[in-house]
Design a protein around this ligand. Structure first.
Ligand code: TYD
Length: 222
């Protein structure tokens, strides 16, 4: 995989790698769709993708991880499967697009593993960071938007929506989702320059505008 660490080749025209994080029900999909459409309308080339999945092999791994029948799954197995799906998706889809100068917006990336497996499951943020460094060869997002919302509100939104499948992680207790949020808050303190917090309790249109404006500002500066 080409060296795509930020600043590795200042002369390259590589696209921006943008990731979106947050708990279930925060409105990531709506926000991503709105922002991608706005950027495309201005002539930017944008690719939207998601984790775990985004390509055939990673979708197959996703099927194993999220299958509600797999209650016996060990936490380290789960973390390794997410990292494996991430690796395949990154090398097969994300990196080639970035190399073509395309803006990639990815629904979830490494911070999900750090918050869910590292913190909420208790494996340790640094331990999970270690296996992910192996998987990503240190390719990190240029910008990350974290959609912050009370877990109770996010879960209520999922339950109200009939379009969304219920997966194994949704079935975790409220306490788990509270720990996920705490994990994300630890990441905000650790990566303050990369991660921007967005209030996900505001109306979707407002959230889209806020992210779009923040991105436009950053795209124009760099
Ligand atoms: P998904 O249906 O994509 O949920 P959402 O709409 O909330 O993004 O399911 C992904 C689930 O996997 C979600 O519960 C978060 C979890 N997850 C992790 O625990 N670790 C990870 O590294 C990733 C990418 C996702």
């Amino acid at each position: 995989m080409a060296n795509l660490q930020k600043g590795a080749d200042p002369a390259s025209n590589r696209g921006w790698f943008i990731t979106v994080e947050g708990p279930e029900g925060a409105g990531k999909t709506t926000m991503i769709t709105g922002v991608a459409e706005a950027l495309q309308a201005e002539g930017y080339r944008v690719m939207v993708t998601r984790e775990p999945g985004g390509i055939e092999i990673a979708e197959q791994i996703r099927g194993i991880i999220l299958n509600p029948a797999n209650t016996a799954m060990d936490a380290r197995t789960e973390a390794l499967l997410y990292a494996a799906a991430r690796r395949q998706h990154l090398s097969e889809k994300v990196v080639p697009a970035l190399q073509q100068g395309i803006i990639v917006i990815c629904d979830r990336f490494i911070d999900s593993s750090l918050a869910y497996q590292g913190f909420a499951r208790g494996l340790g943020i640094d331990e999970v960071w270690g296996i992910n460094r192996f998987a990503t060869e240190d390719v990190m997002p240029d910008v990350t938007f974290y959609l912050d919302i009370e877990p109770e509100i996010g879960l209520a939104r999922i339950q109200a929506s009939k379009q969304r499948e219920v997966n194994r992680l949704d079935l975790e207790k409220l306490d788990f989702h509270k720990r996920v949020r705490e994990g994300y808050h630890k990441l905000l303190a650790r990566f303050p320059e990369r991660i921007t917090v967005i209030d996900a309790e505001q109306p979707p249109e407002q959230m889209i505008r806020q992210v779009y404006e923040s991105l436009k500002q950053q795209l124009n500066v760099n």
